[in-house]
Write a protein that binds this ligand. Structure first.
Ligand code: SF4
Length: 280
């Protein structure tokens, strides 16, 4: 049995920064995060044990809330940011700089009177935040067929969810260009996603089984899984070693392992260790 572990598996720069921000902020005053700090249950539960409280909506806040509130790497809308700044809480903004850059691009399009196309998942917190940086209509698309919803007589701005599938992004852009849409394109898939998806694709091409570790609700992990599954039929998406049936692996297997941007190192190491032990 051979095991190939992706060098890019685990925390990206933005998630690492957000987690460190929580550790640095835990103190004698109450600490809140606006939404779960990352899409990983194990990390969220560990912070809960240290009295970090999740606020999911502005309506949950009242004047009795004091202390500090951390905005996670996915970012929030302009309105939520302003409302939090007006509250009695001290705001600590851990929005990833790559996401902040998208907010600025969207704002520029609003000032120029352009509606924005966002390639991404409508319900994802990053997209909900991005939509809130313009008062003009936004158009979230994530498939070729969604292009039908757009008006070819308009000039649009276009941004992409930082963790979107690069292959599908290229297909959508080619189709928009083929149909002669007037679109001002900013390619905003982040470099961490580029590296992780490229490496996962290349490993999945040469293994017999592939393991993708990450939260079931983590969008970037789901995309990694789709990319790997496209190359290696026997791809398993697990959150922790408890989800993995070790009996499926044989001595002749070449096993690839990668992980989403919010998967902690100890969870990845536990999987490597247990799959490796199967080899003994
Ligand atoms: S995936 Fe990219 S944009 Fe998202 S937090 Fe990580 S580095 Fe930032």
């Amino acid at each position: 049995m051979e095991i190939i572990v992706a060098k890019t598996a685990g925390f990206c720069f933005g998630v690492d920064r957000a987690i460190k921000t929580v550790y640095d902020t835990i103190s004698d005053v109450p600490v809140y995060t606006y939404g779960p700090i990352i899409h990983n249950n194990q990390v969220v539960q560990s912070f809960k044990k240290r009295d970090v409280t999740i606020i999911n909506d502005l309506s949950e806040l009242s004047s009795k809330h004091t202390g500090k509130i951390i905005i996670r790497s996915h970012g929030v809308s302009e309105n939520i940011l302003k409302q939090l700044e007006l509250s009695d809480l001290q705001v600590i903004d851990a929005t990833c700089p790559y996401v902040k850059k998208i907010h600025k691009i969207v704002k520029t399009h609003e000032l120029a009177g352009r509606e924005v196309i966002i390639i991404g998942q409508e319900e994802h917190p990053e997209i909900i935040g991005i939509k809130g940086w313009t008062s003009l209509p936004t158009h979230v698309i994530n498939s070729m067929s969604d292009i039908r919803k757009l008006d070819s007589n308009k000039t649009y701005g276009l941004v992409t969810q930082t963790t979107f599938n690069q292959g599908l992004y290229k297909e959508i852009i080619s189709e928009l260009q083929r149909l002669d849409f007037h679109v001002m394109i900013d390619e905003t898939i982040c470099s961490a996603t580029h590296g992780r998806q490229d490496e996962a694709l290349s490993i999945a091409k040469k293994v017999t089984k592939m393991i993708v570790i990450g939260g079931k609700h983590s969008s970037n992990t789901q995309k990694l899984y789709q990319i790997c599954k496209g190359q290696c039929d026997l791809t398993y998406h697990i959150e922790t070693i408890d989800d993995l049936e070790l009996n499926v692996f044989t001595d002749n297997d070449i096993i690839g392992i990668t992980a989403g941007a919010s998967t902690p190192k100890n969870i990845i190491e536990e999987v490597i260790l247990n799959v490796g032990r199967k080899n003994l």
